[in-house]
Design a protein around this ligand. Structure first.
Ligand code: NAD
Length: 470
């Protein structure tokens, strides 16, 4: 795909107001992929005006017609799946197979699910002598990160459009080409002009201008807890709605009696996928002391099955991290783990020779709950294995961080695992290897966020109620 040098506003590519641009780099070979314009407050204003102007018409469009447009969008994402997968491999460094299956595949399922929800959802209900209407909140300002560059966009745009909202998207600086390709898809799906608008740019300029804009009714942000805190404060001060999907430090709890080899393998895969750059990655593995060494050995063997390197090469399972800053951040965490006394089982700070922002799959044993690598989000292919004494101790450790996004529990039977899962302070738990469900609500307890994405619960974030009494 050739980078666009404008913004997608009001149904067309329009020249950016300023002359600044952002260079997009392939993290695997450090080659320039292209430039996109760095949006200003003026661009954001033009996009918000377009979204405001389009709002009454889109809000009044029958849900069946909104569903038809979302189906058309899903069909374009499906038809251009290979193009998205290739671009995400270049822009993010994700191995080709993972790009195809997850990065390009999940958004097809999610946009399809919202096409169906728009058609089936009851936007009106009767409660006693009242009729309650679920109406769209208005203009949405969406800010997304780079780690799942298409999924994060679709997880906001599809429910917003299904609800009848219009939207202005400010995507991450590192992956704006995927956002531009998505705007092409929206155009091809013939959504009415102004319903979806794209402003590329930096967080501090374009992102902040979007959060502060008085024409935005709801801010939906996915990214770091640090920035989320500021976004929430700014939106809150203006009495705007906001949804925050933030960081995580999720626990994979292997209870006594669980299938240890299966649980360890699945746990290692969960951390290594996407080079560890998943907000819900199971970065803490909790194992009872009497099976601890066995688990460490199994984890080391599993990590050896993750060849690191060129994401375009067949067989590569870990590509580079997104940029040099992220690479050095992750290396610093690894150094900190060693410094604080954890045992480095495999991997380490040494990067492979040559170009690209690579970090080897890394596993730490003898990690204690208070260590930095057991508390802070690393966002790289780094697993910490912790020992627990009994179930109560496991629960204390699992709940002992400021986050609560994902999680997993393995036990001899589902009842035992589910009972433990109910006591975990987190928004999602996979029971005995339960698979990701694109219809289940996704979002955080504690500092992992406010609000939910995906499925019916994700749709209601974009709706507000109006009651008429008779
Ligand atoms: P980030 O917070 O630095 O950036 C996220 C987005 O916010 C980007 O588009 C950025 O340009 C923008 N931004 C930055 N400063 C801003 C400001 N002052 N005002 C408005 N917008 C601003 O995060 P990142 O490094 O891009 O992403 C990694 C983080 O995202 C991790 O912490 C990860 O856990 C989190 N994440 C969470 C989820 C989830 O669903 N909970 C999903 C993916 C990523």
């Amino acid at each position: 795909m050739k980078a666009h040098d404008g913004m997608y506003i009001d149904g067309a590519w329009r020249p950016a107001s300023g002359g600044e641009s952002i260079a997009v780099v392939n993290p695997a070979d450090e080659q320039l992929l292209g430039h996109v314009p760095a949006g200003t407050a003026e661009d954001v204003d033009a996009a918000v005006r377009a979204a405001r102007a389009a709002f009454p018409g889109w809000a009044a469009t029958a849900p069946a017609e909104r569903a038809a447009r979302l189906t058309a969008l899903r069909d374009v994402l499906l038809a251009r799946r290979e193009e998205f997968a290739d671009l995400i491999t270049d822009e993010l460094g994700s191995p080709r197979a993972f790009s195809h299956l997850v990065h390009a595949g999940a958004p097809i399922a999610v946009s399809g699910s919202y096409a169906q929800l728009a058609a089936e959802f009851a936007f009106e209900e009767r409660i006693g002598n009242s009729t309650v209407y679920l109406e769209p909140v208005g203009v949405v300002g969406a800010i997304t990160p780079w780690n799942y560059p298409l999924h994060q966009i679709v997880a906001k745009v599809a429910p917003a459009l299904a609800a009848g909202c219009t939207i202005v998207l400010k995507p991450a600086e590192d992956t704006p080409l995927t956002a531009q390709l998505f705007a092409e898809a929206v155009d091809e799906a013939r959504l009415p002009a102004g319903v979806f608008n794209l402003v590329t740019g930096t967080g501090v300029v374009a992102g902040q201008a979007l959060v502060e804009h008085p024409g935005v009714d709801l801010v939906s942000f996915t990214g770091s807890t640090a920035v989320g805190r500021q976004v929430g404060a700014t939106a809150g001060a203006a009495i705007k709605r906001f949804a925050l999907e933030l960081g995580g430090k999720s626990a994979n709890v292997i209870l006594p009696g669980a299938d240890l080899p299966k649980a360890v393998r699945a746990g290692v895969a969960h951390v290594m996928n996407n080079a560890g750059q998943s907000c819900n990655a199971l970065t803490r593995m909790l194992v009872q002391r009497d099976r601890y060494e066995e688990a460490v050995e199994l984890a080391a063997a599993a990590a050896a099955e993750y060849p690191t390197g060129d994401p375009r090469r067949e067989g590569t399972r870990i590509g580079p991290l997104i940029n040099a800053r992220q690479q050095s951040r992750v290396r610093e965490y690894i150094a900190k783990g060693v410094e604080e006394g954890a045992r480095l089982v495999t991997g380490g700070t040494e990067a492979p020779a040559g170009k690209g922002y690579f970090v080897a799959p890394t596993i730490f044993a003898d990690v204690t709950p208070s260590m930095t690598i057991a508390q802070e989000e690393i966002f790289g292919p780094v697993l910490a294995i912790l020992a627990y004494e009994d179930e109560e101790d496991a629960l204390r450790i699992a709940n002992g961080t400021s986050y609560g996004l994902g999680g997993a529990v393995w036990a001899a039977d589902e009842e035992t695992a589910a009972a433990f899962a109910r006591r975990m302070e987190t928004g999602q738990v996979d029971v005995n290897g339960g698979r990701f469900n694109p219809l289940a609500p996704f979002g955080g307890y504690k500092q992992s966020g406010v609000g939910r994405e995906l499925g019916r619960h994700g749709l209601t974030e974009y709706l507000q109620t109006k009651s008429l009494q008779f």
